[in-house]
Design a protein around this ligand. Structure first.
Ligand code: ATP
Length: 353
């Protein structure tokens, strides 16, 4: 397996820079996810690693080998596409063997390598089946086997699960993660599904406008987003405006929506206008009048099985969402008022724009 180093990479279509001076190192054996809104450059970056896109400037390295000017078939990179890209006129074994034949692997090795790849994706003995006899999940496994069979240095996934239904997506992401970990593959994974990114990645890069806005482990990005964009993009976040008070040596009081919350640490200068990012699960419905709380009015309750989601408004009209486990929020009825306390250690403070 190889590490991937991308150095000051720019990819342009006409005057538009889809990837804009981006640098990153992806470690060996790491599953690295590119996440971001539509048009932020995820696919362009992935395709330039694979060799399907021209690079305007900068360089791409696999370990010590510079690869950005090599043709795609000489990069030893496997790619799994969103639409599977399975040839309908070839059976499963011939689909999987495609990359081996293109690389002129001797015929006597092919059958064994194909079967080994099919075993890895839990489709042993499926070689003689035809694509139209396979389910969507099985076809995506064939696509993974076809990428694995060439024993690539790096495996690239371009939204591999977005054509599957929700339950199969959750199952397949676990399978992909297990295959990647058991083979120690270096993988780059593009998705727009935040939950998928959080679930399977070693690290995530959140892209915006062709650049990396923030990079880190799923926990780091979720718990300590560095910008309001990241807080809003990855997971749900309530944004409340406030004004910071005097730091008392331990916490900074922030006045917001009729209450004052003591946020640990010195988070802003006294008098500064700030934005508080509060995750829905950091809020609790409280009836304890001694606890500083936000006064809220319930607009709508969604029952989502293991959690309930409360949609409420604060007195100044700011909408606020609360996630409550199980029956914790059941006492509140729609239209009624209630108090919300929050865990200050889970609040992230940004300077107000
Ligand atoms: P999505 O999630 O919608 O697939 P993405 O993050 O993968 O989006 P890209 O497909 O990399 O984004 O596109 C980045 C930018 O480059 C977009 O503004 C897009 O319109 C532009 N772009 C991509 N491919 C081409 C192309 N072949 N010709 C012209 N512009 C392109």
């Amino acid at each position: 397996m190889s590490a991937i180093r991308i150095d000051d990479l720019t990819c342009a279509f006409g005057d538009a820079r889809a990837v804009d001076g981006l640098s990153v190192t992806i470690e060996r054996g790491e599953l690295f996810t590119l996440l971001g809104p539509s048009g932020c450059g995820k696919t362009t970056l992935l395709r330039s690693i694979a060799g399907f896109n021209d690079v305007a400037s900068g360089s791409i390295w696999l370990d010590d080998q510079r690869i950005d000017s090599l043709p795609a078939h000489r990069r030893n990179i496997g790619m799994v596409f969103q639409n599977y890209a399975i040839f309908p006129n070839l059976n499963v074994a011939d689909n999987v063997a495609y990359g081996l034949r293109a690389r002129r692997v001797p015929g006597e090795q092919i059958a064994a390598r194909v079967e080994k790849a099919l075993q890895r994706v839990r489709l042993p003995g499926y070689g003689s089946r035809w694509p139209h006899q396979m389910s969507g999940g099985q076809l995506q496994r064939v696509a993974i086997a076809r990428a694995l069979v060439i024993e690539p240095s790096v495996l690239l996934f371009d939204e591999p699960l977005s054509n599957l239904d929700a339950q199969l997506r959750r199952e397949m992401r676990v399978e992909i993660r297990q295959i990647q970990q058991s083979l120690g593959l270096t993988a780059v994974y593009v998705t727009h599904d935040q939950e998928e990114a959080l679930a399977i990645s070693d690290r995530i890069a959140v892209l915006r406008g062709g650049r990396i806005e923030q990079m880190g482990t799923p926990q780091e990005i979720y718990r300590t987003p560095r910008t309001p964009f990241v807080a809003g993009f990855l997971g749900d976040s309530n944004m409340l405006s406030g004004v910071a008070g005097d730091f008392d040596g331990a916490a900074t009081p922030v006045r917001t929506c009729g209450t004052t919350i003591a946020v640990p640490g010195k988070v802003a200068e006294s008098g500064a206008r700030v934005l508080l990012s509060i995750r829905p699960e950091a809020l609790r419905v409280t009836e304890d009048s001694r606890v500083p709380s936000l006064a809220a009015r319930l607009v709508l309750r969604e029952f989502l099985g293991e959690i309930q989601r409360l949609h409420a408004v604060l007195p100044d009209g700011t909408p606020i969402r609360v996630s409550a486990l199980g029956a914790a929020a059941i006492a509140v009825s729609e239209g009624s008022s209630f108090g919300l306390s929050c865990d200050p250690s889970q609040i992230v403070v940004f300077a107000a724009p």
